[in-house]
Design a protein around this ligand. Structure first.
Ligand SMILES: *Cc1c(COP(=O)(O)O)cnc(C)c1O
Length: 409
């Protein structure tokens, strides 16, 4: 077994006889079983291992939720539901998938601006927690609750009054379409007290894809402090304090895995204070990418290999229509290569190639000028770190090529 560095961590997938293995199966064999390329494959054992190691690292008493939008494939969600303490959904359709897992509705929460009347009704009828994103949404939820004869369970999504200083995607602080500005929250809490609503707690989400422990620690410090301040205005005791997620995974050269130890130490310092200031409140961390991102690969096949003025292209049957983020077009400012391998040719003489797809746009690039084992037509190109924000974050209708499939192995 060798684990050839492919420039970001791909160490969780073993190689035997020059072929990458997933879920104990050689990739070539898996491709035959799947019966088509391209496909996404997610590794069940790696999903489980990630949750186990995260739980071992974090202090006991932190609850773990899976944010489904990272990967809403129903088999993946079903598997995750057996491992985590709750599910976070972002639409009515995700809600249905979450409920189908049998997860206790009290452990499902629904965040996202612009929830439709139908989604509000579904959420209230099923007894899940609505993470309320605006004052209008709060009023709508109360009205719908009245009509349904049910008491909606609501948490206030707070747009914090601090902003993350370092890298990562900022989802809170300053003006945002998410949540209710922290300075408005005291009034909103008193309004909740006037309406027939069941107050669950706070949801404070500040960012995503962060690899810097010191930034996450700072966000946590500020999040707890804000929660204590706002809790003084709460109509009833908090049952849940959702402190967001934001844990990132390494994608690009020079990035390494997040060091959880300092984050866990800091949380362990906070928890006793939380227990005394917010007695009975569960502290929840919600994660998408961190839980599933490294457990998945995207696999496509080399259809053509051509040289244009000295530059070699591997033309594959996969591309940005299936995997927008690997193409660098999912909000990235500077395009960088995801880790890529030739899955059935993990070793051998190497060459510099660009891996492209079948679309009529130069944006359709899965790997730019990468050093890979010399591939042949029919070989399988593997894009790692593809378990999150892959298929459902991609414009599959663009150019009307066939849809890729997904398997959980
Ligand atoms: C997207 C999202 C998440 C998950 O973010 P990751 O970076 O995938 O962990 C968690 N919570 C909320 C509210 C989100 O919108």
């Amino acid at each position: 077994m060798s684990t050839k560095p492919v420039h970001a961590p791909t160490d969780q997938f073993p190689t035997h006889a020059n072929c990458l293995h997933l879920g104990g199966i050689a990739l070539t064999q898996l491709a035959e079983r799947v019966g088509q390329t391209p496909f996404y494959a997610y590794d069940r054992a790696l999903l489980s291992a990630r949750v186990t190691s995260l739980r071992a690292a974090l202090p006991a008493g932190i609850e773990l939720h899976y944010a489904m939008k990272a990967n809403p494939m129903s088999a993946v969600v079903q598997h995750m539901a057996g491992l985590v303490d709750g599910l976070d959904v972002a639409s009515g359709r995700e809600l249905r998938v979450a409920l189908d897992t049998g997860m206790n509705p009290a452990r499902i929460s629904f965040a996202g601006p612009g929830k439709s009347e139908t989604e509000l009704r579904q959420a209230i009828a099923s007894g899940i927690t609505l993470n309320v994103e605006s004052e209008r949404e709060l009023e709508r939820a109360a009205t719908q609750g009245q009509q349904l004869g049910l008491r909606p369970r609501v948490a206030v999504r707070v747009n914090p009054d601090y902003e993350l200083k370092s890298s990562g995607m900022k989802m809170g602080g300053g003006p945002k379409q998410f949540g209710i500005d922290a300075e408005r929250v005291p009034d909103v809490l008193s309004r909740i007290g006037q309406l027939d609503l069941d107050f669950e707690g706070f949801h404070i989400f500040w960012g995503s894809q962060n690899l810097k422990p010191e930034a996450i620690i700072e966000a946590h410090d500020q999040t707890f402090a804000l929660a204590y301040r706002l809790a003084e205005h709460a109509p009833s005791a908090l049952r849940t304090l959702n402190i967001g997620g934001g844990f990132g995974i390494p994608y690009f050269p020079g990035e390494s895995r997040l060091d959880l130890a300092p984050i866990a130490d800091n949380l362990a310092r906070h928890l006793p204070q939380t227990a005394s200031r917010l007695p009975g409140a569960a502290v929840v961390i919600e994660l998408g990418r961190y839980l599933v991102g490294e457990a998945g690969v995207y696999v496509c096949r080399v259809i053509d290999k051509k040289v244009s003025r000295g530059h070699t292209y591997l033309v594959t049957d996969g591309g940005l229509h299936h995997h927008l983020s690997a193409s660098g077009n999912f909000g990235q400012v500077i395009r960088k290569n995801y880790p890529v391998a030739i899955g059935n040719r993990m070793d051998g003489a190497r060459e510099t190639v660009s891996v492209v797809g079948p679309l009529c746009t130069p944006l359709d690039l899965l790997g730019d000028k990468m050093d890979l084992p010399a591939a042949q037509v029919g070989d399988l190109v593997v894009v790692f770190q593809s378990g999150a924000y892959g298929l459902t974050a991609s414009p599959t209708g663009f150019l009307s090529h066939p849809e890729p499939t997904e398997v959980l192995v």
